[in-house]
Design a protein around this ligand. Structure first.
Ligand code: MLT
Length: 391
């Protein structure tokens, strides 16, 4: 292959979900099949203990900020963080039926109606600053538990988010804030080609404003093959725990997995389109739960699955990635830390991912191709019917 030919398309590549097709450049992050996720060249594991604003600055600017830059950035986000009363009223008037991701996507459209500046850069910073308050309003309203505390950005990005939540059984304490911070930081971005990011950029390529583009991205994230996988993984681990009880041995976990595989049942939380090792984001959560909640019944099963699942799936040569992905453990970490609301896991994923998608849209609209921006997305499809039957 010459240097110019990056990928040769054959028939086998069609109808494969564009798997592995190079379509452009991503300026924020990349996913190495073996080393995992990097934000602006920094491995995700090195970023887990930084503040949310430091990591967002890194993604936004492609470099780490000095102490002074970070403090200015925090101030800027705080100043941008207030939601209009009209937007809050509209979110609180939405129907509460269905999955909360539907309310989330609708709220982004509403935010666009009230707050867009029709400038991707301004809207990007505004939505990063406002998304914690939008999502807290969505969750409180969907759960039917009142308005919650008003936003107080002085608390810090995720601490403010947790303080705004009004869910009766959430154990609001430092551990929950830490679990939420980790969840937020590791989900900001995952290269350019994950479905929600790709969809958001594709919609923006038609020059839809940032809010509408993000609403489409959130719809893409809502599916069980993408963002809702974390909720399904929790269901799977809960089901394993119910079947096996609280003191299951590795052998029993292995037997149940083999039984499920023999019945062609799905095993959740393993494999990834790009990764060929354990997801570095999962490793961060395994470390967190191992230190904090090693005896929690769901954590116990999840830790057993980490090794036993990998062992069993590795026996199948057709499985290219038999290792756990982030969804195998991220939701369980939230449950263990005191957030027993699985239906909001995907919403929390979206709260975070909006950051990376918004920044990638700014790149594609204003910076790509020497500032001209990328053209409207318009791939080719081969027609399968009769070609010309006019006579
Ligand atoms: C993500 O974080 O978006 C998921 O791991 C899916 C992907 O990267 O394709």
């Amino acid at each position: 292959m010459s240097e110019e030919v990056l990928f040769e398309i054959t028939k086998e590549n069609l109808e494969t979900g564009l798997r592995g097709y190079p379509v452009g450049y991503c300026n924020t992050s990349y996913v190495d099949p073996v080393k995992g996720l990097f934000y602006a060249g920094k491995p995700i594991v090195d970023l887990a203990n930084k503040s949310e604003e430091e990591v967002i600055f890194l993604l936004y600017n492609g470099r780490e900020g000095s102490a002074e830059e970070i403090s200015r950035f925090k101030k800027d986000l705080k100043e941008r963080s207030t939601l209009s009363k009209a937007l809050l009223q509209q979110i609180r008037a939405l129907p509460r039926e269905g999955h909360p991701m539907k309310l989330f996507a609708t709220s982004l459209l509403l935010a666009g109606m009230f707050e867009t500046k029709y400038d991707y850069r301004e809207d990007c910073l505004n939505i990063i600053a406002r998304i914690p308050a939008i999502v807290a309003a969505v969750i409180n309203h969907h759960a039917g538990c009142g308005e919650g505390a008003p936003s107080n950005p002085e608390l810090g990005y995720m601490e403010n988010f947790v303080a705004m939540l009004n869910l009766p059984n959430a154990k609001k304490n430092v551990d929950l804030v830490n679990a939420m911070r980790l969840f937020n930081i590791v989900h900001y971005d995952h290269g350019g080609g994950n479905l929600s990011t790709f969809v958001g950029k594709a919609v923006a390529s038609g020059l839809e404003d940032l809010y509408g583009s993000l609403a489409s991205a959130i719809c893409a994230l809502a599916g069980p093959r993408h963002g809702r996988a974390n909720q399904d993984c929790l269901d799977f681990v809960e089901h394993m725990q119910k079947e096996l009880g609280e003191s299951a041995t590795d052998v029993q976990v292995e037997e149940l997995l083999r039984k499920k595989l023999s019945r062609n049942e799905l095993i959740f939380g393993f494999g990834h389109a790009v990764l060929r090792v354990e997801d570095a984001r999962a490793a961060i959560f395994y470390d967190f739960v191992q230190k904090k909640y090693p005896t929690h019944p769901l954590v116990k099963i999840a830790l057993q699955l980490r090794t036993v699942g990998t062992k069993v799936l590795s026996e199948n040569p057709k499985i290219s990635d038999p290792y756990p992905n982030v969804d195998a453990i991220s939701g369980i970490a939230l449950i263990a830390a005191g957030f027993p609301y699985a239906e909001y896991f995907t919403v929390l994923f979206g709260l975070s991912r909006v950051v990376g998608i918004a920044r990638q849209i700014v790149y594609e609209r204003y910076e790509a191709r020497g500032g001209k921006g990328t053209p409207i997305v318009r791939p080719k499809y081969f027609y399968l019917g009769k070609e010309d039957v006019s006579g």
